[in-house]
Design a protein around this ligand. Structure first.
Ligand code: KG4
Ligand code: ZN
Length: 372
């Protein structure tokens, strides 16, 4: 089965062609056009600008993509598109393009939840730190961390989602973006803050794992002691806005941070570690409670090397019976291949239950689409 997919929920315009054979997914081609430069001066994504860019880019990208991969109505079996959640003006561009193709080619169309896509990104070119590549075993516990979401999701089977923990305010990626903005580092903040933190770690002797250690010394006698919000709460929810405010107050009380590369780097390191401590701790707590066979990571923040590593180390040490899965390189951040994979499972399930809605007209973009 060959699936053509489209993703335009935020500031990336993405199309992909994925082949499915015996539940193995191979990405034949995947294109992502980033709008980072357009939004950077505003320090965040401007919805109408995002829609304008999608509208400008998507038709050109699609035309080139179809031609390059010799795609026609005769060799496509399914079209998948991100239905929500996201920015409605942005979502509308992708869903309308997908609907037009489904109509013109008389092909089935599925609307995919963006988070479902991030989960199923783990099924592409599988990468496992704790065992050889094999089937992903259920129950699965997914930690999805992106610019808009921070959620712990339990899956007893395919497409069966139960949110067992989530952020009460900012998402982890959003906190990275805001901290980068406060430090004048640019947008998007995650990759910049993590690159600075990694460089800082390499140049100084820092605390060893075990986890979770809360305080550590910063060179030059400076200790920021950022909080780990809700790390000791009884539930599995998160909060990152307090951490963001703590960074703001730290900068306000020590204005020399903004002028010192070393202090800025130390603060980036400390902030990143605070986020990782909370994410790892809560995931371990959730896993102890729900005993998943697989723990998987997804969303833009899953590109963070230190998070990938520290979560892997914690699982190996504390949860030896759980397998650890990560999205393959290139599939942490928004892309359309993950939408094709999730769309495949949706299509298969609906067909098996005789419940597939074959009318493309019924697919509506939904900014607040619920996962469950
Ligand atoms: O999943 P994604 O591409 O878009 C949304 O669905 O939001 O995630 C984007 C988020 C941004 O907040 C970005 O700063 C963050 O992922 N991000 C990172 C890293 N790379 C991207 N955060 C921490 N470390 C990274 N290496
Ligand atoms: Zn995303």
């Amino acid at each position: 089965m060959r699936i053509l997919s489209v993703e335009t929920s935020c500031d990336d315009t993405a199309v992909a062609l994925v082949n499915v054979s015996r539940n193995r997914f191979s990405v034949i081609d995947s294109l992502v056009s980033s709008q980072t430069k357009v939004h950077a001066p505003f320090g965040g994504v401007v919805p109408n600008l995002a829609a304008r860019e999608h509208l400008k880019n998507l038709p050109v990208m699609l035309r080139g993509f179809l031609k390059k991969n010799k795609i026609s109505s005769g060799n496509i079996d399914l079209i998948a598109v991100t239905q929500g959640p996201g920015l409605i003006p942005a979502l509308l561009i992708g869903t309308n393009a997908a609907k037009a193709l489904a109509y013109a080619w008389k092909k089935p169309l599925v609307g995919v939840h963006h988070i479902s896509g991030h989960i199923y990104a783990n099924f592409i070119d599988r990468l496992s730190l704790t065992s050889d590549v094999g089937e992903i075993r259920f129950p699965v516990l997914a930690l999805i961390v992106s610019g808009g979401h921070t959620e712990l999701i339990l899956m007893k089977k395919h497409l069966d989602y139960k949110i067992v923990g989530q952020t009460l305010d900012d998402a982890a990626g959003e906190a990275f973006d805001k901290v980068a903005k406060m430090l004048g580092l640019g947008y998007p903040g995650g990759p910049i803050v993590s690159a600075i933190a990694d460089k800082f770690r390499k140049s100084f002797k820092v605390r060893p794992f075990p986890f979770p250690t809360i305080h550590r010394e910063i060179p030059q006698g400076q200790t920021f002691q950022l909080p780990r919000p809700m790390i000791n709460s009884k539930n599995l929810d998160f909060s990152f806005s307090g951490l963001k405010t703590a960074v703001l107050y730290t900068i306000r009380d020590n204005p020399k941070i903004l002028k010192s590369v070393k202090l800025k780097s130390a603060l980036c390191y400390d902030f990143q570690q605070a986020v990782i401590d909370v994410l790892v701790h809560k995931t371990v707590q959730a896993a102890k409670k729900y005993k998943p066979k697989t723990i998987l990571l997804g969303g833009g923040v899953s590109a963070n090397k230190e998070l990938r590593k520290q979560l892997g180390e914690a699982i190996k040490r504390l949860l030896p019976n759980s397998q650890y899965q990560l999205p393959a390189a290139g599939y942490s951040l928004d892309n359309a291949a993950m939408i094709a994979v999730a769309g495949h499972y949706q299509y298969k399930l609906a067909k098996n239950k005789n419940k597939f809605d074959n009318n493309w007209k019924n697919l509506e973009a939904d900014a607040n689409l619920k996962l469950v």
